[in-house]
Write a protein that binds this ligand. Structure first.
Ligand code: GLA
Length: 394
């Protein structure tokens, strides 16, 4: 279906078709930019980019879902922000900044990742375009490096100071697995999700314009914690380096708000590792409990929840067969994620819909998600039949 949409757009098969997934994060909220641990899952909702090589040094890009097109010269590219085409523009800029030549490209984008819901719709778009250029230009860039380039595009071109989790999940996802990601070393350890477990995402529908400024404020508070604690803990570089014991000994040096933000990060890093160990022994109750404690910590210490997210999480906690739930993504709005026994899915959906409708007069969209592979490309010969399917180098 996707390929026929693109054929209609181009009037011929593209040279390459790329799928880059969104993600949902099970544990590790706001720990990525503190160089800590996260446990995301790449999901079966994705950005799709079909592309073909152009000989002119320019990109012609179309966003099929919104019916908009943009054309830009590949050089010079200077940071600017304001429209969807800044994502492909920023990716071209960041590829060049990393020393990779870009080539002329005509591309079309469509996506099944809900926009602004905390499921990494923008990281999926970035990774899809980066992979399209990688494929068309024959660049040998490994997955983690593609993620870094896309993060750079978002941080320094689009101007959103996100961490590395979303781009890494989209680049490195594995079917049937969550990813334990060390955001300092970018080491990825796939953790199998046990059979019979389902991931359910409930969307509050709330999109907060203030989320970006609050996000940057949290980042600053974490940096402030590092600045103060490093006077007492030699060698400290990021909150990742603070163990729960260190924190107990030194927390009193921090002003109250900064102390709460740091406590969330320190305890959440520990919860990620606890949950991974529990997943490995099939102790789903413990994984779910870590998700519940993560939500409470994000709500009370990190202050990024909302009444809608609290209601969804609390409703899920009370459903028999649901292991746990928490807000996912940056917070303030967007989605909650629940880990549940497959047999409890219908009851959970009904409970979430009823509670949200009663309290907020709106039924939340519910997405049933499966753990999917990271970015992949199918390569076609220009203007001819499909010649080879590429599951690019892992
Ligand atoms: C957003 C950012 C990520 C991460 C999460 C919070 O999704 O893009 O880098 O910080 O928020 O965990």
């Amino acid at each position: 279906m996707i390929s026929s949409t693109f054929e209609r757009h181009f009037g011929a098969p593209p040279d390459v078709l790329v799928r880059a997934p969104g993600r949902v994060n099970l544990l590790g909220g706001h720990t990525d930019y503190n160089e800590g641990f996260v446990l995301p899952v790449a999901i079966d909702r994705a950005a799709w980019v079909a592309a073909r090589r152009l000989h002119a040094p320019e990109a012609r890009v179309a966003a099929l879902d919104v019916g908009e097109t943009a054309t830009f010269a590949l050089e010079p590219l200077t940071p600017r922000a304001g429209e969807w085409a800044d994502y492909p523009r920023g990716v071209a800029w960041a590829l060049q900044a990393a020393g990779h030549p870009t080539v002329g490209m005509e591309a079309a984008l469509t996506s099944t990742v809900p926009v602004g819901a905390g499921l990494s719709s923008s990281a999926a778009v970035e990774v899809a375009f980066a992979w399209a250029w990688r494929t068309l230009a024959g660049l040998n860039i490994e997955r983690a490096a593609v993620a870094r380039i896309c993060q750079r595009a978002e941080n320094d071109y689009v101007g959103v100071k996100c961490g590395i989790m979303d781009q890494m999940a989209s680049a490195c996802g594995q079917e049937g697995h969550a990813l334990l990601l060390d955001c300092r070393t970018l080491e990825v350890a796939p953790v199998p999700l046990p059979a019979g477990v389902a991931i359910l995402v409930a969307d509050t529908g709330v999109r907060r314009a203030l989320a970006a400024s609050a996000y940057n404020e949290r980042r600053r508070e974490c940096e402030e914690a590092v600045r103060i604690l490093s006077q007492h803990l030699p060698g400290l570089r990021a909150l990742r380096d603070v163990s729960p014991d260190d924190f107990r000994r030194t927390a009193h040096y921090l002003p109250e708000v900064v102390r709460k933000r740091a406590r969330h990060v320190v305890t959440d890093n520990a919860r990620v590792l606890e949950a991974v160990a529990a997943l490995q022994t099939g102790d789903l109750a413990r994984v779910g409990d870590a998700m519940r404690r993560c939500h409470v910590s994000l709500r009370d210490d990190y202050a990024v929840s909302s009444p809608e997210l609290d209601l969804l999480a609390e409703t899920a906690w009370a459903v028999e067969g649901c292991y746990g739930a928490r807000l996912t993504g940056a917070g303030f709005g967007g989605c909650a994620v629940a880990l549940t026994d497959e047999g409890a899915v219908e009851g959970l959906v009904a409970a979430l819909e009823t509670a949200h409708l009663a309290a907020f007069d709106r039924t939340p969209a519910i997405y049933r998600c499966k753990a999917a592979e990271g970015v992949a490309a199918t390569v076609y010969s220009p203007g001819s039949e499909k010649t080879s399917a590429e599951k690019s180098n892992r």
